[in-house]
Design a protein around this ligand. Structure first.
Ligand SMILES: Nc1ncnc2c1ncn2[C@@H]1O[C@H](COP(=O)(O)OP(=O)(O)OP(=O)(O)O)[C@@H](O)[C@H]1O
Length: 380
């Protein structure tokens, strides 16, 4: 049983504020992902939890006990780094065994053997135990690094981009294995990444940080379908969500949205009410590239005319960019779509997938999507 709480963490390096007022609680056995762009302060935060850095203000609690003055080696947390830092002259067995042979955690050799075998089986590297790190692939090295952290049965795993260096296929496989491993081990995990798919697929909850501040904490579904603001919406998706200004206009008695200069489209009913109540005149409409359809005839009055600007195949999918009025709109379409540059094209926004932001603070106004859907496959 291990829960971790950070409260009011602030940290600056010289004059640069790296973390300002960070607070959250990670529950027992939770897989908690800290997600953010490069330089957001993720590693600094992880190092503060590990005890490697001392915060300027704020506190870290483990199992509701303040551990501010507990040395890193006494915190019973294990850290896995991006560069696995293996001992090159030791075999895989000896690398994994090293924490149990250190003076602090010294165990009898029969325990070491049993534990190394157990961990190596979990990580499927039991057939590599006699090799040296130089005889391993990156993915195998990564597992040895994980094994060395696992062997101590720490209360908390702190992982800093542990699979970043792997190629795409192996990363995909390791994501599934990490999740599986965490389920089997029941260990609380705090995991840093800048990869949104990794965050969505691994996390029980995600803390999105940007410039040292928390933008949102939520389940993957909440973060994806009800992003707190435009930053969060844009960070989760590749290509990123389209967001454009829309004017609220009255047509007869009905409120509609005027986008791309003049086109009027229906506003979903629940959002109509909000817009009317708050007397909002401009909203920002977000729509993910996969939620826009295209066609070559105007099927209904919600279809918007545009011109093909670019078509970029990326494996099975392609990014289709359409110029509508003076804006570029991105769609994710099958790459075998027959599309010509400069061709006239109609796009149709699935209004049930739209996310509305206020035009002043760019914060969430309303999302039409249902957060409750389960088992979502996090693919574009
Ligand atoms: N020891 C240090 N001394 C001075 N500045 C530092 C130190 N560690 C980090 N920083 C600065 O703090 C900021 C946040 O760095 P941090 O490594 O925490 O970000 P990150 O979100 O982990 O980024 P990345 O994904 O690139 O690793 C950066 O501007 C970095 O240059």
């Amino acid at each position: 049983m291990a829960n971790v709480r950070v409260e009011g963490i602030k940290k600056s390096f010289k004059k640069e504020t790296v973390l300002s007022d960070i607070s959250f609680e990670v529950k027992d056995k939770e897989f908690f992902v800290i997600f953010g762009p490069a330089g957001a302060g993720k590693t600094t935060l992880l190092n503060i939890i590990a005890g490697i850095y001392v915060p300027d203000e704020g506190h870290v609690y483990l199992n509701n006990k303040c551990i501010d003055h507990v040395e890193p080696e006494d915190r019973n947390v294990a850290m896995v780094f991006e560069d696995y830092a293996l001992y090159p002259h030791l075999t895989v067995f000896d690398n994994i065994a090293s924490p149990l042979r250190s003076p602090r955690y010294k165990q009898p050799e029969e325990v070491v053997k049993r534990e190394v075998t157990r961990v190596a089986e979990i990580l499927k590297i039991d057939w590599l135990l006699d090799r040296n790190p130089s005889e391993l692939s990156n993915g195998q090295r990564q597992r040895v690094g994980l094994g060395r952290a696992l062997i101590r049965s720490p209360e908390v795993f702190l992982m800093d981009e542990p699979i970043t260096h792997l190629d795409a296929k192996l990363r995909h496989q390791m994501r599934a294995e990490l999740k599986d491993m965490q389920r089997n081990l029941d260990t609380t995990t705090i995991y840093v990444t800048h990869d949104y798919l990794e965050a969505l697929s691994l996390a029980d909850r995600i803390a999105v940080i940007n410039k040292g501040k928390i933008e949102q904490i939520g389940t993957p579904e909440e973060i994806y379908y009800k992003p707190a603001n435009e930053f969060v919406a844009s960070a989760f998706g590749e290509p990123e969500i389209n967001i454009f200004n829309a004017e609220v206009v009255k047509e007869n008695t009905e409120l509609k949205l005027s986008i791309f200069g003049r086109k009027k489209i229906e506003i979903p009913k629940n959002i109509q009410k909000l817009v009317a109540e708050k007397e909002i005149s401009i909203v920002r409409v977000g729509i993910r590239p996969k939620d826009i359809k295209y066609g070559f005839i105007q099927k209904n009055e919600n279809c918007i005319i545009g011109k093909v600007y670019s078509f970029e195949p990326l494996g099975a999918k392609a990014i289709l960019t359409v110029q509508v009025h003076n804006q570029l709109v991105q769609l994710l379409v099958p790459s075998d779509s027959e599309i010509q540059l400069n061709q006239e094209i109609f796009i149709e926004i699935d209004m049930e997938k739209t996310i509305f932001f206020d035009s002043v603070g760019n914060n969430l106004l309303a999302s039409y999507s249902n957060v409750e859907r389960k088992g979502v496959a996090w693919q574009n």
